[in-house]
Ligand binder design. Structure first.
Ligand code: ZN
Length: 242
């Protein structure tokens, strides 16, 4: 075991106030492509770039086209949690991890058994009627080849934060609070370049910032431990026999 991993293991062993902040890299090991990576979903099958299709105005105007893209590219019904998700769920069970703050919308932390999951960008597992507010599951989307409709006739929208939309303030505030109060902050699978990630990390006042990411981030110089390795293997190794 290398030194950094051994230190990470010690830190986890000694703390009961850990918060994890994760990005797309946490889900790539579950076969879900990184939204912003070149080999991700940025290909030319569609006449608009993903940021356009996944925007609120596009959803409102071209709902059918939105759902065609959404089902093909954003839903991954067969994806399973990986070692990173399971390791974090295990740490929560042990009373060590207080919260998972995630930018991912795939619901895999819940699927792995995590309870306190703060989904900054919402979840593809939840749907809501934009007219009456009725809540639906993913089944409503799979039940039709066209736009899913509420029994009131309203359009059903994924409970995800689209481009042009603001983050859910209560989720954001709970995330800030968890990070501010954390003794240990583990950040993984994100380059920390994209809003709101960078802003959130600035709320951490502790002295044990751990970055697990395959490439460098703007926060590397503030980190106490940096691990450039696969996040699933790293967390699995760090959590086993804590
Ligand atoms: Zn409705």
């Amino acid at each position: 075991m290398n030194d950094e991993l051994a230190r990470l293991k010690e830190v986890i062993r000694d703390s009961d106030n850990i918060v994890f902040f994760g990005g797309a890299g946490v889900s790539t090991e579950s076969g879900i492509p990184d939204f912003r990576s070149a080999d991700g979903i940025y290909n030319m099958e569609y006449p608009y770039p993903p940021e356009t299709i996944l925007s609120y105005s596009f959803f409102m105007q071209y709902t059918s086209e939105f759902y065609r893209f959404f089902k093909a590219k954003m839903l991954h019904p067969d994806a399973q949690p990986n070692k990173a998700h399971f390791a974090l769920a295990e740490l929560e069970r042990q009373g060590k991890l207080r919260a998972v703050v995630t930018q991912n919308v795939d619901g895999l932390h819940h699927k792995a058994g995590s309870v306190n999951v703060l989904e900054l960008h919402g979840s593809c597992d939840r749907y809501i009627c934009i007219r009456c507010g009725m809540e639906y599951t993913i089944e409503a989307v799979y039940a039709t080849d066209d736009v899913p409709r509420c029994s009131c006739g309203g359009t059903i929208k994924p409970d995800v934060v689209l481009f042009e939309e603001v983050l859910d303030q209560s989720v954001l505030e709970r995330s800030v609070r968890a990070i501010r109060k954390a003794e240990v902050l583990i950040v993984g699978g994100t380059s920390l370049n994209v809003y709101p990630a960078a802003g959130l990390i600035q709320h951490y006042y502790g002295d044990m910032l751990i970055l697990i990411n395959k490439s460098a981030t703007p926060f590397d110089r503030y980190a106490n431990i940096i691990i450039r390795d696969a996040i699933g293997e790293t967390l699995d190794a760090a959590v086993s026999q804590v």
